[in-house]
Design a protein around this ligand. Structure first.
Ligand code: MG
Length: 290
C-alpha cells in the first residue's frame, strides 16, 4: 500500500493512494477515519483490520509529509555509500575523517534530525532567513519501523520494517564543518523533506531500489541501495542495541555520490532551485529552495 497523509476540505487524514487511478481512499478503523499515520502504524502493527472509504480524487487533496511530526528524532546514517564517502572526505567538509584512508567508516555513523525538521512535498525549504551559504541536498531511502524491538538481530531485522519513504537530508555544509558534530547543520527547520507517501514493505524490496536526484532538471545522484556500505538489517541491528526502536521511527539510510560538494567547484543550492528525488516504487519528492 501507498499511504499518504492528506489535507482535504480542512481535514487531515491518512489514505491509501492509487497512483494509476489518481485517487485516494481514506483509511478507516472500527468506523473511525484515521487522522494520523503514527496511529495507523500502531493499529497495523497490532494486527487490526483496516477498511477503505470511498475514493476521492488525489488532485482535490494536498499531500503533506506522510509522518508530519515523528514522535522522536529522525535517525540518520552518514557516509553510507562508498563513492559518497570518498567524495565527502575529499571535499574538505568531513570532520569525521582526517585522511582519505579513513573515508569509509568501519561502523555506521549516526546522527539525528529534530521531528520539527520534517516537511512535506512541494514546500519551500532552506536554512531560516537564508543564513547559510552552502546548502546541499542528499537523496535518501527512509526506513519506517513497525514492530518495536531492542537488540534486534540482522536475521530478524526486516520483520521490524513497516515501510519506506523518500527523504532529502538537506544539509548546511558550512555549519556541518564548523561545528564538527553534524546536528546543527542537518536539523534546522525544513531540513527533512519527506514524501510523497509511505510505501509498505510488502510492496518494494528496500535492498535494491534506485535513488535519483535532480536539481533544476540536471541528474546529480543515481545509485542503487545495493551499494549501501551498511545495509538495512545492519543499521537496525546497530541502532537497536542500546535504543528500543518503536513504531513510526524513521531511519534515513544515507546518500549516494553526487551531492553538491562532490563537484569542483561545489554546486550549492540557491534560492529558486528545484530539488526532485525519486526512488523506485516510492514516488517523487519535489521541493523548492526558498
Ligand atoms: Mg545524509
Amino acid at each position: 500500500m501507498k499511504l499518504a497523509t492528506l489535507r482535504h476540505r480542512d481535514e487531515t487524514f491518512v489514505a491509501s493512494v492509487d497512483t494509476n487511478a489518481g485517487t485516494a481512499q481514506p483509511i478507516n478503523i472500527n468506523g473511525n477515519r484515521v487522522s494520523d499515520m503514527l496511529e495507523l502504524i500502531d493499529h497495523m502493527v497490532a494486527g487490526h483490520d483496516v477498511a477503505h472509504e470511498q475514493a476521492i480524487a488525489l488532485s482535490d487533496a494536498t499531500v503533506i509529509a506522510p509522518i508530519p511530526r515523528p514522535r522522536r528524532n529522525v535517525m540518520c546514517v552518514g557516509k553510507n555509500y562508498y563513492e559518497h564517502a570518498h567524495e565527502f572526505t575529499k571535499s574538505g567538509f568531513d570532520s569525521s575523517a582526517s585522511s582519505a584512508s579513513d573515508a569509509v567508516p568501519k561502523a555506521p555513523i549516526i546522527f539525528t534530525k529534530m521531528p520539527e525538521s520534517v516537511v512535506g512535498p512541494d514546500t519551500l525549504i532552506g536554512f531560516p532567513d537564508n543564513q547559510c551559504e552552502q546548502l546541499d541536498y542528499e537523496a535518501e531511502l527512509g526506513v519506517i519501523i513497525g514492530k518495536p524491538g531492542q537488540g534486534i538481530s540482522t536475521e530478524n531485522a526486516m520483520d521490524h520494517v513497516f515501510g519506506y519513504v523518500v527523504i532529502n537530508d538537506l544539509t548546511a555544509r558550512d555549519l556541518q564543518a564548523k561545528h564538527k558534530q553534524w546536528f546543527l547543520g542537518k536539523s534546522f527547520e525544513t531540513s527533512c523533506p519527506m514524501g510523497p507517501w509511505l510505501v509498505t514493505a510488502d510492496e518494494v524490496d528496500g535492498s535494491d531500489l534506485q535513488v535519483q536526484c535532480w536539481v533544476n532538471g540536471e541528474l546529480r545522484q543515481n545509485a542503487s541501495t545495493r551499494d549501501l556500505i551498511f545495509d538495512i538489517p545492519t543499521l537496525i541491528n546497530t541502532l537497536s542495541k542500546g535504543i528500543e526502536l518503536r513504531p513510526g521511527d524513521v531511519i534515513a539510510t544515507g546518500t549516494p555520490v553526487g551531492v553538491g560538494i562532490g563537484f569542483t567547484p561545489p554546486k550549492f543550492l540557491k534560492s529558486g532551485d528545484k530539488v526532485e528525488i525519486e526512488i523506485t516504487g516510492l514516488g517523487r519528492l519535489t521541493n523548492t529552495i526558498r
